[in-house]
Design a protein around this ligand. Structure first.
Ligand SMILES: [Zn+2]
Length: 482
């Protein structure tokens, strides 16, 4: 992330400036655009694809997906027996080995791990205590990529601001103090800037540490971790997330003039880069095996909870989609390639590494889908706003095969953090869009666990991805209508 931060920040700011406030409401965990609730307004050309031939296959796929418990069983193994999977952890490597061996047992084609070196950040022991005006432990989680504190911790007066503009008004008055950002959740894309930039913007004025109200609309004393990024031009200071409850407590004390003091202790540090891999498996195409429809989720997670919604569930979904098609004897003309990305959360090395390793065949990637918004009731796909109108018209026609399960919407924008690098090279990309009202309740928290996953929603996600991937991969003509 150190090397990527400037690029990531520029990408994020570009995205934020390019999208309307409505779109910003739907930015994904790494700032990628997700669904827009409004359909595209411009009139589209008539579709060039004919769907009559696909109705039977779609019905078989949906039927099989809705009557199989295998995906849930596998997600249960991943979450309960392997657990969370931060880049560099032995859990992630166990998860990769397990997927590779199971995918081979499923009889999928060309199953392999493609090596990627990943950053290895470790949290270590950590804690936050209020010392005055009362002694109290505060729930926290260090932010990913943060440096640690000295062993004795950093003790300082807490200065609480609700926004960057309040910080800027205080300016040098925060020197030697601990800045607490108590910014209420507006939407993910807007509020996540406090997590990403809060440390460096406070360090600019001499702050010695920063605390960030968790990026979430609701809290039951739940701290939310996630990546932060240092501005190399500023001193590096440690930064942690606190709960909404702690942020509001500090705000009340600060407003009353209580001058609260806190002590932050974090052992966080980077170890040398570790070896990891993107997990890849295929259903090899019958007529155009060199053309690829890519379906994906990210296999790494934060080091708290089980990484069930983010993003283990999606990995199981795309894997199950391929296995199900194989079992049904539905082998499409083009290759369906399943990719379980490594290192989405704190580096994007998997997505960047894939683009670099597969640069020569990117032109043969006819469509790339990423699922990374949790496993909830699927609503359809968020298609990149830049997709050609003919592709949009064709995907809308294909999506009608999903109208029976309500996941037939093609939204005006979408994409994904891991497929972002190949999309910037011209690959047409889309997100799986799901009902999103509760994702950020548990996102990047100890509460992202299997019990939050509805088995029925998981099945519906499998059906949605499998029908879309199969149909696009099997089209006799091209998706672009050429
Ligand atoms: Zn994610």
């Amino acid at each position: 992330m150190r090397f990527l931060q400037l690029f990531a920040l520029i990408s994020l700011l570009t995205l934020l400036s390019a999208f309307t406030p409505q779109d910003r409401n739907r930015l994904g965990p790494m700032g990628q655009p997700q669904a827009s609730p409004t359909p595209t307004p411009t009139p589209l050309p008539p579709p060039t694809v004919k769907m009559d031939a696909y109705r039977t296959a779609a019905a078989r796929i949906i039927g099989a997906a809705l009557t199989s418990d295998r995906a849930y069983s596998r997600l249960a193994h991943l979450t309960d027996h392997i657990g969370n999977r931060l880049s560099g952890s032995s859990n992630l490597e166990h998860a990769i080995e397990w997927a590779l061996s199971e995918m081979k047992r499923d009889g999928l084609d060309n199953v392999r791990g493609e090596k990627v070196m990943v950053p290895h950040w470790v949290r270590g022991e950590e804690g936050l205590e209020m010392l005055t005006p009362v002694s109290r432990k505060l729930t926290m989680l260090g932010l990913g990529n943060s440096i640690g504190t000295p062993a004795e911790g950093i003790t300082g007066e807490a200065v609480v601001v609700r926004s960057f503009s309040e910080l800027e008004q205080l300016g040098e008055r925060v020197r030697g103090k601990i800045v607490v950002y108590n910014a209420p959740f507006v939407d993910y894309g807007t509020t996540v800037l406090y997590r990403l930039q809060g440390a460096s913007r406070a360090a600019r004025y001499g702050a010695v540490a920063a605390l960030v109200r968790s990026i979430t609309p609701v809290s039951l004393q739940t701290p939310h971790t996630g990546a932060m990024q240092y501005d190399e031009a500023q001193p590096k200071i440690p930064v942690a997330a606190i709960t909404i409850e702690a942020a509001e407590l500090l705000q009340r004390m600060y407003d009353r003039g209580d001058r609260p003091t806190v002590r932050l202790k974090m052992e966080a540090k980077f170890l040398p880069d570790a070896e990891s891999a993107n997990v890849i498996a295929e259903l090899k195409g019958t007529e155009k095996p060199d053309e690829v429809v890519l379906i994906s989720g990210h296999y790494d997670s934060w080091d708290v909870g089980q990484g069930a919604h983010d993003d283990g569930g999606s990995c199981i979904v795309v894997w199950e989609a391929a296995t199900l098609l194989k079992e049904l004897g539905l082998r499409p003309r083009r290759t369906i390639r399943v990719v379980l990305w490594t290192n989405e959360e704190n580096g994007l090395r998997g997505g960047n590494g894939y683009r670099d390793a597969h640069r020569a065949e990117l032109a043969k990637h006819v469509f790339a889908i990423e699922s990374d918004s949790g496993i909830y009731k699927p609503e359809g796909f968020g298609l990149a706003a830049t997709a050609p109108p003919q592709v949009r018209a064709n995907l809308q026609e294909i999506a009608k095969l999903l109208s029976g399960i309500g996941s037939d919407r093609i939204a005006a924008s979408g994409g994904g953090a891991d497929i972002g690098p190949m999309m910037r090279e011209g690959v047409i990309g889309a997100s799986l869009d799901v009902e999103g009202s509760h994702y950020f309740d548990i996102h990047h928290t100890p509460a992202d666990t299997l019990d939050k996953i509805s088995p029925q929603d998981l099945k519906l996600c499998v059906a949605t991805i499998a029908v879309m991937a199969y149909t696009v991969a099997d089209l006799p003509g091209s998706l672009t209508g050429d």
